[in-house]
Ligand binder design. Structure first.
Ligand SMILES: [Zn+2]
Length: 349
């Protein structure tokens, strides 16, 4: 029997100026009878309380998410024992939506995500990023059943987080190049649909004139949602995670700097695009850097509290992360001296 691949995708995606107002309709459409609301204290104050008011008939309990991790998932599971919950509604940032994803997957019930920030592609992806014992771990989940991306809410989110979302989106450019490389060199399965979904919005934003995140928030969040769906279609994070993510994971493992995920992968994208360009003549690392500069995202290591030595250490360490995921780092295999040159040439450190 040939292997049959079935990808689970979000059923409902709304990106609009009033997406926050349609949660009630979505709950009805999904025939939900009793939902648990997960939110953050700040998100609740800013938008969650108003949304909850509109859907109060459906909400049987509410929990404030304090941290990300399995312990938090267990706490909520204990809190809702013996109630007939058939839906999770998540209103908040990464922490809240990650806990919501794992909870809904474990309970095998619907999930409605209402993001209050657009700082990475986890909004719609079937992956949760947890920290266990201080170390980052990725957990596979089901994708959210519905994603309601409200542009008014997102436009008012902190600009640093919008910049981070841009970094995570353009990282798809090097991630997909790495994936193609793995297909050519290691015969890895490659999915053209997933690759295009991930890379096209990234290129669109990279090339748009007069790039302004507050004005282009719709383009940004659409790109991040498509990234998440691309991950679901590919059945792995390949379309949105290559060498630039290995670099970011290395920083997380080593505990270096104070950058957000998107800031770290943004800088990683400059470095890996440089490597691709040098090795294969395809790419434009200067364009990547300029786009980050245009939106005032960090392009230099020191802007996210990293020394040159720490960046080099992280790059060396990155080669040991997920060795099976073939990327430009394994392909070009630069040594310490070569990294020194790259950091000088790109102006990263
Ligand atoms: Zn990412």
């Amino acid at each position: 029997m040939p292997k049959l691949m079935v990808a689970e995708l979000p059923l409902i995606v709304e990106i609009s100026e009033s997406a926050r107002k349609v949660a009630g309709n979505v709950l009805k459409e999904l025939e939900v009878s009793s939902a648990v609301l997960l939110t953050g204290r700040k998100s609740y104050e800013l938008v969650g309380a108003k949304i909850e008011e509109r859907i109060s008939d459906f909400i049987s309990s509410r929990f404030f998410i304090e941290k990300s991790g399995m312990e938090e998932v267990r706490r909520i599971e204990m809190g809702i024992t013996y109630t007939d919950i058939d839906c999770v509604v998540g209103i908040g940032g990464g922490k809240v939506l990650d806990v919501a994803k794992v909870l809904a997957s474990e309970m095998n019930i619907a999930l409605i995500n209402i993001p209050t920030v657009a700082s990475h592609d986890g909004i719609a992806s079937p992956v949760a990023s947890f920290k266990e014992n201080g170390k980052p771990v990725s957990i596979s989940t089901k994708p959210p059943t519905a994603v309601l991306a409200d542009l008014v809410i997102l436009r008012h989110s902190p600009v640093r987080l919008l910049r981070s979302g841009f970094g995570d989106l353009i990282s798809n450019i090097t991630a997909v190049k790495d994936w193609k490389l793995a297909k050519e060199k290691k015969n890895e399965v490659f999915n053209e649909v997933a690759a295009s979904m991930a890379v096209m919005p990234a290129n669109l934003m990279l090339s748009s004139e007069g790039l302004n995140l507050k004005e282009n928030v719709e383009m940004l969040v659409r790109g991040l949602i498509l990234s998440g769906v691309a991950i679901a279609i590919a059945g792995s994070s390949r379309p949105a995670s290559g060498a630039e993510h290995k670099f970011s994971h290395a920083l997380d493992y080593l505990g270096y700097g104070n950058g957000t995920h998107g800031e770290q992968v943004g800088i990683g994208t400059i470095i890996m695009e440089y490597l691709h360009e040098k090795q294969y003549g395809v790419g434009d690392w200067e364009k990547v850097r300029q786009s980050l500069e245009k939106i005032q995202a960090p392009t230099m290591a020191k802007e996210i509290g990293l020394t040159r030595e720490e960046v080099i250490e992280a790059l060396m360490y990155a080669k040991n992360i997920r060795k099976k995921r073939y990327t430009i780092l394994e392909d070009a295999n630069p040594d310490r001296e070569e990294f020194e040159v790259i950091l000088s040439k790109t102006g990263v450190a």
